[in-house]
Design a protein around this ligand. Sequence first.
Ligand code: OSB
Ligand code: MG
Length: 386
Amino acid sequence: MTGHDRDELPGIDIGSVELRRIELPLVTPFQTSFGTWSFRDILLVHVIATGPDGPVEGWGECVAGTQPLYSSEYTAAAEEVTAEHLLPRLFAAGVGHADQVEGALAEVRGHRMAKAAVEAAVLDAELRAAGRSMAEHLGATADRVPVGVSIGILPTIEDLVATAGRHLDEGYARIKVKIKPGWDVEPCRRLREALGGDFGLQVDANAAYRPGDVDTLRALDEFDLLLIEQPYPEERIVDNIELVRALRTPVCLDETIVDEAVCDDVLRLGAADVINIKPGRVGGHLAGKRIHDACLAAGVPVWHGGMLETGVGRAANLALAALPGFTLPGDISAAARYWATDIVTEPAVLEPDGTIRVPSGPGIGVDIDLGVLADVTTSVALHERP
Ligand code: OSB
Ligand code: MG
């Protein structure tokens, strides 16, 4: 086992939790097979607590989108379930350690993105109180992680080639292209023709294909892709087993992997060659670490997904992505790829070698820019422990 036992951590006394909604415009709209995101409407969970040395705070970012299009969760529902169902249970259980959060909230079904944000905030506060970084706590073995860029569906293939070329020039370690029926084989062909065969290229369908599309998916084999992400709907595990056998391109699952149990089924069935880990999707960074451990033991490579996070979520993701099983570049681009102004004082920057540094300070290792936060806040509600 790598990482530290929570028993070594002194724990915290949670006095209140602030739920804060913010709205941030994306520098460029992001189109997927399921819809277009032009801004992010984000729920932030802010834990206000007391540690052994006095007051301490922690922050967690909920990755739910404004609308229930990527998954059934969405921001307003995440805020409601957190306020009405999660925080009362957190307080009633007297949670003082992050690894108690999952158990305290377990009787609430689903809502993993909301639960993950609560756990992240408690973990950040607990680790800040202990003076320990999240990376060290989770068992990170790297201080920088290789990262790529996820490029949305664009108006023309020329736009796509220009955008991908610019990101490769910036130094990104690989390009991911969103695909959908009608925007798949030709975009890949033109990218390889224009930019060559030696850069890492992968595609993400966000569940837009059906088994009847297998010929189109097989046509992608000629482009030497690192992987194809989530071709079929979330629940179609058996269809996915057949696809793994039908394609040369490694098949990766994102939406399907909603928790450890599903990941275990997928590993045992050989229903994926690669797993995308998003802490929000699986219920938290601690569950994400356990899924990482299971995949590492099974010899299945993992990579860290992204949900267009601010610097808060990005810092926590960098800590997890520094674990040894994350052998493929993550969807953890520099802050500038998403935001004109991030809400943290040290936004993530791309190093010339295509990596981003893993924060090493206590907790998530970045601080909130309170001035920016105030400017982008749309609502705040304080929930005090009864
Ligand atoms: O499917 O990976 C996805 C963004 C929002 C919702 C789903 C996905 C994505 C991305 C963006 O691909 C990754 C990023 O944060 O850069
Ligand atoms: Mg995806």
